[in-house]
Design a protein around this ligand. Sequence first.
Ligand SMILES: Cc1cc2nc3c(=O)[nH]c(=O)nc-3n(C[C@H](O)[C@H](O)[C@H](O)COP(=O)(O)OP(=O)(O)OC[C@H]3O[C@@H](n4cnc5c(N)ncnc54)[C@H](O)[C@@H]3O)c2cc1C
Length: 334
Amino acid sequence: MAHNVIIIGSGPAGYTAAIYLGRAGLDPVMVTGALTPGGQLVNTTEVENFPGFPDGIMGPELMDNMRAQAKRFGTEFIADDVTAIESAGSDDAPLYRLALSDGETLETRAVIITTGSNFRKLGVPGEVELSGHGVSYCATCDGFFFRDKPIVVVGGGDSAFEEALFLTRFGSSVTLIHRRDEFRASQIMVDRAKENPKLTLLTNTVVTEIHGTETAPAAPAAPALNLGGLALKPKPQVNVSSVSLKNTVTGETSELETAAVFVAIGHTPATDFAASVASRDEDGYIIVDGASTRTSTPGIFAAGDCVDCVYRQAISAAGMGCRAALDAQEYLSE
Ligand SMILES: Cc1cc2nc3c(=O)[nH]c(=O)nc-3n(C[C@H](O)[C@H](O)[C@H](O)COP(=O)(O)OP(=O)(O)OC[C@H]3O[C@@H](n4cnc5c(N)ncnc54)[C@H](O)[C@@H]3O)c2cc1C
């Protein structure tokens, strides 16, 4: 039996689409992704810019809430990855067949792709351990946490410069580190960076390790819990404190103190599995028709970070998920 609509991916875009489609009575099915259901926000700590949570909310809790809301309106979840989409059915009654990584196939009248994008990692020691504790991949999301502190940005493209310039609003200083002596960024961005007194450009340099030190729990420290004589002290946090650097020309090494490392070396949209049904740009982002979420194939829609290489925020992904649901709803009623 063919489903009405299958949503691929379980980030803010996917869950929002599911909530709308569930409330429209379309019995959505969601293939959540096998490894990271909940999407990128599951890997972060506090989210302070998603409306509706005046005191902020932890990323995993926000995604649990979205899942519960989608479930409440009847979404069926399948914890797997889609490996391919192909057309099945006829011109009059188009159907799509989705292959899952466990070998199963699903048929559906419409598809919403919300598979997000993966930020590229530096791959140096300390990066994974300190992610969310000073290592970040999103200046808009986390810049605010590093007011009056030294900040490092790694990258040499327009995004890295945009992030570095944005971060000068918060940090006491911003050092942009790039492995070559020339930048991929446009000249106007480089000129703006050079004019900014808070920004230092460090070329021919790579980060070889990110270090952290223990920081006392936020003051006032919570009183130690006493469970039957067993005193449990709040666990100190380990936060970024410095980076090790290496000059790519001379081989010289050095240390630089910093409270944050923003990695801005690009994103890879998770869209390869959809290549045969949805046109993509040269970086792999799915191309949609104007302000809609329609892809190059009728009945296949796309939303969130797998389309959007500009805004990349939970709320913008959620907004686009809403639009995809409404576009799919209209398509299914034709
Ligand atoms: C560390 C970090 C902190 C951030 N902090 C903030 C913040 O504070 N505020 C903010 O607004 N934004 C923040 N962002 C950005 C925000 O997380 C993203 O913009 C948002 O999650 C994008 O939502 P999405 O639904 O498009 O995709 P994602 O959240 O990326 O979700 C994609 C989903 O697709 C699934 N998937 C991928 N491939 C497949 C497949 N083949 N089959 C099935 N499923 C698949 C994945 O498992 C995942 O569930 C942060 C991002 C990161 C990385």
